[in-house]
Design a protein around this ligand. Structure first.
Ligand SMILES: *Cc1c(COP(=O)(O)O)cnc(C)c1O
Length: 360
């Protein structure tokens, strides 16, 4: 069985065409059942006894995060999502509150930085919004921030940012680096980046349950106080079990195999959408991610298009408003983010439906 067939067979059939993994992937039967079984076990033996019994499953989930990030000695905690992880990191930060990030930084992340009183410095970018490798070293050296926050793949575009280059530049300058891997984790290679902290969400490319995420930190990066608070905070153990099972399935399928297939999926999606000449694909055809964003023809509202694709064609995509990347986006787009199991028929259905609902 191919990876695509195995991935599809491992989960309930989709009611239509699901092209929305950057928002929320489809969970497997195994992940769904593991979470349900844990909830059942809580009812049988008591929530705290069940949590002790689940410890090996959760340890396996944390071990998978260490393996996938190449952070072999990292502290790994389950969070409620990526924004929660950033909130934990910034509220814990003991240093000066000056942080550098890309112009295209995720809007909700900018809001969290502002809420914690951080002054924001923009990293230099080229004409595509990609980190400018020629300028970054000098920029960090001449006016160093206290902390660098780097989103390796955004929510608003499939452009992959050179995370290893920023890690190298931070290392040279002795600057701590936090990586937002909400879209990068279980999608792009996250191993051995050399970050001090890396976080992600469960429901996106890792295909775990909603409302959960992971935060991996270099030992000592979080204060003892915060570490202790996180250990004792109330948590949704069932969903941590579900995520741990999803990560186990990801590791078993082969992270490199999934990464390679997702690159193919991105290229196939852009090739299919390029046939619609009135819609403009924003990424280069061979951009190595499975996120594609398209700008609609004049007068066509992507919010309306997304709703009609669901209601009339049972095709799920994402509306991407400018608030996702307020420093870069000038108008809203439609995002198409299939997982490894997308077929040519799915992409043909999308292009036909897009043509129908946008009248092109
Ligand atoms: C989705 C996303 C987040 C926020 O993740 P939550 O789990 O919803 O908090 C942060 N950064 C990026 C790049 C995202 O795509």
């Amino acid at each position: 069985m191919s990876l695509a067939e195995a991935w599809r067979a491992a989960r309930p059939p989709a009611a239509g065409v699901h092209l929305d993994s950057a928002a929320c992937s489809r969970q497997s039967f195994a992940a769904i059942e593991a979470a349900a079984q844990h909830a059942r076990h809580e009812a049988e033996v008591g929530g705290y006894v069940a949590a002790e019994a689940a410890a090996p499953a959760l340890d396996a989930g944390r071990a998978a995060v260490r393996a996938l990030t190449g952070m072999s000695d990292a502290d790994v905690v389950f969070t409620t999502g990526s924004n929660n992880a950033l909130d934990i990191l910034l509220s814990d930060w003991p240093g000066e509150r000056v942080i550098a990030c890309l112009t295209s930084e995720y809007g909700p992340n900018l809001a969290i930085m502002a809420r914690h009183g951080f002054e924001i410095r923009e990293l230099p970018v080229d004409g595509f919004g990609r980190l400018d490798l020629d300028a970054v070293g000098a920029a960090l050296a001449s006016d160093p921030p206290a902390l660098v926050h780097f989103t390796m793949l955004g929510s608003h575009s499939g452009v992959v940012q050179p995370v290893r280059d920023i890690a190298g530049a931070c290392h040279t300058q002795g600057l701590p680096l936090i990586v937002d891997a909400a879209q990068g984790f279980a999608h792009l290679d996250c191993a051995g980046i050399g970050a001090d902290a890396l976080y992600s969400s469960s429901r996106k490319w890792a295909a775990g349950p909603r409302g959960v995420g992971v935060l991996a930190t270099r030992p000592g990066f979080l204060t003892e106080d915060t570490r202790g608070r996180l250990d004792h905070a109330e948590k949704n153990v069932a969903s941590h079990v579900g995520l741990s099972v999803a990560l186990g399935e990801h590791v078993a399928a082969g992270p490199e195999v999934i990464q390679a297939r997702l690159r193919e999926v991105g290229a196939a999606t852009r090739r299919a959408l390029a046939a619609l000449t009135d819609w403009q694909v924003r990424e280069a055809a061979d951009e190595p991610s499975a996120i594609t964003t398209v700008l609609p023809p004049d007068g066509v509202d992507p919010l309306h298009v997304r709703a009609r694709l669901i209601a009339e064609h049972a095709i799920v995509t994402t509306y991407v408003g400018v608030e996702r990347a307020p420093g870069e986006m000038v108008r809203p787009a439609l995002r198409v983010s299939p997982h490894v199991d997308v077929t040519d028929d799915d992409l043909e259905a999308l292009t036909a439906a897009l043509a129908a609902v946008s009248g092109v």
